[in-house]
Design a protein around this ligand. Structure first.
Ligand code: 1GP
Length: 247
């Protein structure tokens, strides 16, 4: 039987050999059957992990259905990428236990985490503590999360948050420009942060081409996340394959 409590170790082990790609599936963006179709193609294209979640219109029953169905077609790990404490599914392999560090709303800093803690403990689900930073333009998650958006070129503020994340003991750091963003996290910001922190660095938002993926990885990202590309693409397999090859 696969040990349920080792997703973080699997990520660290995989990072010893290569950069990683994570496929984000937002259950609110399409019917479950379409989410499964996307996941199947992403799996074949070589994605490493699946993130399931989003900012709005998702409850635990939709999370359950989506995760259960995707598990039927892949052996890869499914990690909850929660927008709130109501998006927990017992069927996931792990959850990013995130703190939106630059939120102006205490709910996203310590509210949802506290609301979910007893359930998470009872389910025995692996939690991966993660610092989450939202940059301009932020898109939906920036608005919902009441983020005090970090300017795209503000390396000093970004670095201050990143160091705080590591000093607080977070096991990963996620730099987000927002799903569907027209821009992606600046290479200078990624480079500056990567020089100073040791925890794995995830970058997402606005990555739609292999050129962008390569730039983000070369700047120092350990893991890239793509979501919107897969929802909009007419050829998920090819588009994703070229990004995964690039990284
Ligand atoms: C959103 O970073 C992810 O949380 C993915 O963004 O949908 O723009 O790929 P995209």
């Amino acid at each position: 039987m696969v040990d349920k409590l080792n997703v973080y170790s699997e990520i660290l082990n995989a990072l010893k050999h290569k950069k990683l790609h994570m496929t984000l599936i937002d259950p609110a963006s399409q019917p479950v059957c379409k989410a499964v179709e996307i996941a199947e193609k992403a799996d074949k294209a070589g994605t490493d992990f699946f993130l399931i979640g989003g900012s709005t219109n998702i409850n635990s029953s939709l999370m359950d259905d989506t995760i259960k169905e995707i598990k039927k077609i892949t052996g890869k790990r499914l990690i909850i990428f929660p927008g709130s404490s109501t998006m927990i599914s017992r069927y996931a392999d792990a959850i990013y236990y995130m703190v939106l560090m630059n939120s102006n709303n205490i709910d996203y800093i310590m509210g949802h985490q506290v609301k979910a803690s007893i359930l998470l403990k009872n389910l025995g689900i692996e939690t991966i503590p993660m610092g989450y930073l939202i940059f301009e333009p932020g898109m939906t998650v920036g608005k919902i999360g009441k983020a005090n958006l970090i300017r795209r070129d503000d390396e000093l503020t970004a670095l201050s948050y990143a160091l705080a994340a590591e000093l607080l003991g977070f096991k990963m750091l996620y730099l987000e420009s927002g799903s569907g963003s027209p821009t992606y996290i600046s290479e200078n910001v990624i480079r500056k942060i990567k020089e100073q922190i040791k925890i794995p660095l995830i970058v997402g938002g606005g990555i739609r081409t292999c050129e962008t993926a390569r730039k983000v990885i070369e700047a120092g990202a350990d893991i890239i996340v793509t979501g919107t590309l897969l929802e909009k693409s007419n050829n998920v397999y090819n588009d994703l394959k070229s990004i995964i090859n690039a990284i």
